[in-house]
Ligand binder design. Structure first.
Ligand SMILES: Cc1ncc(COP(=O)(O)O)c(C=O)c1O
Length: 433
């Protein structure tokens, strides 16, 4: 007789994929190479388990995570409150995906949490209430924001459909799907993947005059990272974001901020745009929004703009806003607030950056140190940051490069004095000797 899916004998431990499984590190690497796409350059480490700011290897060694999955693990790995929320959802029958044709309390709670944690967007085009559209990976929400920007141009500005243009920036990074890489300025992201999506024009990050020159009657939006992450950890010059705001107001365009990497406490404010107090029309969030437990992303805008662009059929996603993701999301955002992770990032980041500047002043390798909060870039003169990242990994600290030339230091926001000492001891060894 066939077993039913609820037979307890079916719940065998899956030991060959569990942490500290019997697979050797060699097996792990070999099988990944044999059966997986080689779309990431890997550093030489096999991680079996994670907790807080630490990664653990098979032989029991621990590595300080100074990358935090590009800001996805801002709350630290396996934060107990987020894990408890997700486990409770799965064990109590409210975690599984539910068809989007019905309402769920999980999505309702998540939408409200995100809509209210974000300050009221677009004073010009809204009346103080935000609305949220949930997706999975960050790139999906960037695409959703592009749809909104184009639709606004078509419907509100009367731009003929297909002629809408969005201004983007050199060295941008917004993900890897076809439309998004179409306007990347990194050739290797898009070469051979054509035909690419038209409708984007590029200005230098920080150059307002260039932006103004690119504006024409078909321009509907500006899409920008308020601080560039993958592009080399750059802050724009003071006044740049404000200038973009003014141009958008003057020419009736939407200002879209991609805060997938720099939002949710990373740079020492809950949202990066709060450093300059420049409020966008559209905000894109991802990564830490669900604490690194499940992929969730969100596009936030005003109720008016959301209702203008999206009706039944004009957008959707099977897993976008499914219960497990929403439960994890509510818990993850709660942790950022309760543990005041933005303030913590600002305070720890100030000390860490000061100490890194001191190390840099004694190093012959460092060109520049930049960043805010726990989002710190160390540009190296050789242009090959990975060479230093491998040495840091040998000293049990994980960091990677941003745009080849910059070492990215972006640990979970929960780190304290001991981890700051740990980081600085290793940077001292690698950068000074
Ligand atoms: C600014 C920014 N936008 C978009 C993305 C894409 O997010 P995802 O990899 O979740 O699709 C990233 C990822 O690093 C990012 O840093």
């Amino acid at each position: 007789m066939l077993k039913t899916s609820t037979d307890s004998s079916d719940l065998r431990p899956v030991s060959d994929v569990a942490a500290f499984s019997t697979m050797t590190d060699r097996n792990v690497v070999d099988d990944e190479s044999l059966f997986g796409a080689h779309h990431y350059r890997r550093l030489k480490a096999v991680v079996r388990r994670t907790q807080g700011a630490w990664l653990y290897t098979q032989d029991g060694e621990r590595i300080l995570d100074c990358l935090a999955a590009y800001s996805a693990a801002n709350q630290g790995h396996h934060h107990p409150k987020i894990v408890a929320a997700a486990v409770a959802a799965l064990q109590n029958g409210y975690g599984s995906v539910i068809s989007n044709v019905v309402y769920t309390d999980a999505l309702s709670a998540f939408l409200k949490k995100v809509a209210t944690i974000v300050p009221a967007l677009s004073p010009r085009l809204g009346n103080g209430r935000n609305k949220v559209l949930a997706k999975n990976g960050g790139v999906e929400s960037v695409e959703t924001a592009i749809k909104l920007g184009r639709y606004y141009g078509y419907k509100q500005k009367g731009i003929p459909d297909g002629k809408q243009e969005i201004i983007v920036f050199r060295n941008n990074f917004h993900g890897r799907m076809i439309t998004i890489v179409s306007f990347s300025t990194s050739e290797h992201y898009k070469q051979g993947f054509g035909p690419l999506t038209p409708g984007f024009v590029t200005a230098d990050f920080g150059d307002l005059a260039q932006v103004e020159e690119l504006i024409n009657k078909n321009t509907c939006a500006i899409l920008v990272e308020p601080m560039q992450g993958e592009g080399g950890m750059y802050q724009p010059p003071d006044g740049f974001l404000k200038g973009l705001r003014e141009l958008c107001d003057k020419h009736d365009m939407l200002l879209i901020f991609d805060e997938i990497q720099v939002g949710l406490g990373r740079t020492g404010k809950m949202f990066c745009f709060q450093h300059e107090n420049v409020v966008p029309d559209v905000l894109i969030l991802g990564k830490a929004i669900a604490g690194g437990i499940v992929p969730v992303s969100a596009m936030v805008t005003t109720a008016e703009l959301m209702d203008l662009a999206f009706r039944p059929g004009s957008d959707g996603s099977t897993f976008g806003g499914y219960p497990l993701a929403c439960v994890a999301g509510v818990a993850a955002l709660g942790v950022i607030e309760e543990e005041r992770l933005a303030d913590r990032s600002a305070a720890t980041g100030r000390i860490l950056k000061q100490r890194i500047l001191d190390i840099a002043s004694r190093s012959s390798h460092v060109k520049e140190v930049r960043g805010k909060g726990l989002f710190i870039g160390i540009e190296v003169k050789s242009g090959d940051a990975m060479e230093f990242c491998q040495k840091l990994l040998d000293l049990k600290m994980l960091a990677n490069d941003s745009h080849h030339h910059t070492i990215r230091i972006s640990p979970p926001l929960i780190i304290g004095d001991q981890e700051v000492d740990y980081i600085c001891e290793r940077l001292e060894k690698v950068l000074v000797g």
